[in-house]
Ligand binder design. Structure first.
Ligand SMILES: [Zn+2]
Length: 436
């Protein structure tokens, strides 16, 4: 045996050792119509080592005839909070049943995440990233939500009422941020979350005992300092906004993304003008390449309840704001902020605006939102070299999003995944199917 052959043999043995464990099967998928972002292409696609390939591999373990099925990348939930560890099995089943493989958790609590970390980011679970503990001001959102969790027994009864460092980072000065930022880094967040609510009235609201936490956030003057620390640590800053002033303050502070549309839901009916952004606001966000996540799932709930808020928020806030953002070229991401539901009801609510063809909503979610959730992974497209994550549907979801209910096969990291029939045929969008 020549030395070169021996070296080659050793190399082959080493590479085999490196792939120890059951190999990912090689599959061929024939007779499928593959989504390319705007239409479908009929082609044969192979999955090799969990990656999509257009070239046939040497060995094929199994060939699947898709019988003209429609193949799309999986859906992404751009805004959620997985805050019930005991329900994470239900969340996983329900998201995967609906074809939602990716979830971006927009603030959570280590006490809760420690209870379910081993149930996410598996080949057979949802791929999940989180901001972990968020930054807010004294007596501010989301303290009122944490208080509810303490009442329901989800969080320890003995936690101090401002929840600083336990459930949120409460900051009033740059020094407060400096002290807490290393604690956040220990939690390995995927990005940094901060809360602004009526931030133009920060000082007045802070002094006013009648203002509740759900109308207070962080001092907007502190935001540039947080952005500086986050960027130095290689992390993006995503800011919860509520009013048009929050939109403006966040963009001016150099943040990377806005979570929520101005006027996300409740209490906006009395003064819609507080939530109407200007063309200049939209252009400033576009210039800084700042995307905005929708979170308008509540609009569908307003419509179901025949609420008078439906027409006002839709016609006076959401549609005009969306028109300005689109005209300016701001990237729109899709997320619901509905913790027991996934992104499908959000897509339904966005249809109520009458501004987007279903094919565009599909692309905004499966491509733009998926890529924003995992910016360092090759997801969101069905091209050569991308992760072999896809859904096969009997009916075309780009022609009608209702057809998302016709998923016949789910492939994740090159393997078929199987979900409980009860999750597929559940009677409501609620992932826990009404269980308390
Ligand atoms: Zn949220």
């Amino acid at each position: 045996m020549k030395p070169i052959t021996l070296i080659a043999l050793v190399a082959i043995l080493l590479s085999t050792t490196a792939h120890a464990g059951p190999p990912t099967p090689n599959y061929a998928f024939v007779n499928g119509r593959w989504w390319n972002g705007s239409g479908y292409e009929e082609r044969t696609v192979y999955t090799v080592d969990g990656v999509l390939r257009s070239k046939r591999p040497v060995y094929i373990d199994q060939t699947f005839d898709l019988h003209g099925g429609f193949v799309i990348p999986p859906l992404a939930e751009g805004h959620t909070h997985w805050i019930e560890p005991s329900k994470v099995d239900d969340y996983n089943a329900c998201y995967l049943a609906d074809g939602v493989y990716y979830a971006r958790d927009m603030a959570n609590i280590p006490f809760l995440v420690d209870q379910f970390r081993d149930k996410v980011n598996l080949p057979t679970s949802v791929d999940w990233v989180s901001a972990m503990t968020g930054f807010t001001g004294p007596g501010a959102h989301p303290a009122e939500i944490l208080e509810g969790f303490v009442r329901f027994g989800l969080l320890p009864k003995d936690w101090k009422p401002d929840y600083d460092k336990q459930g949120e980072f409460v900051v009033s000065t740059e020094k407060d941020i400096d002290e807490r930022f290393p604690l956040l880094l220990e939690q390995h967040p995927a990005f940094v979350k901060a809360f602004l609510l009526f931030s133009d009235r920060y000082q007045e609201n802070l002094k006013d005992p009648n203002v509740k936490p759900d109308a207070r956030g962080m001092d907007p003057k502190l935001l540039p300092h947080l952005v500086k620390l986050a960027h130095a640590a290689g992390l993006k800053v995503i800011v919860h906004i509520y009013s048009a002033a929050d939109f403006r303050n966040a963009v001016a502070a150099g943040v990377d993304e806005l979570a929520h549309f101005p006027g996300n839901g409740y209490g906006v009916i009395k003064s819609p003008e507080l939530f109407q952004i200007t063309a200049e606001d939209a252009k400033a966000a576009a210039r800084a390449h700042i995307p905005v996540t929708t979170t308008v799932a509540w609009l569908g709930e307003y419509k179901e309840k025949n609420s008078p808020s439906y027409q006002i928020t839709r016609d006076q806030i959401l549609i005009p704001n969306m028109k300005l953002l689109r005209a300016a070229g701001v990237r729109i991401l899709i997320g619901s902020d509905k913790f027991r539901r996934d992104v499908v009801p959000e897509l339904q609510s966005l249809r109520l605006l009458g501004m987007f063809p279903d094919a565009e909503l599909l692309r905004m979610d499966t491509e733009t939102t998926a890529q924003a959730t995992f910016p360092h992974r090759k997801v969101g497209k069905l091209q050569d070299g991308y992760e072999a994550n896809f859904l096969v549907l009997d009916r075309d979801p780009a022609a009608n999003l209702d057809n998302l209910s016709s998923i016949s096969m789910r492939v994740k990291q090159g393997r078929r995944i199987f979900v409980p029939a009860s999750a597929v045929s559940r009677p409501s969008p609620d992932c826990t199917q009404g269980k308390p």
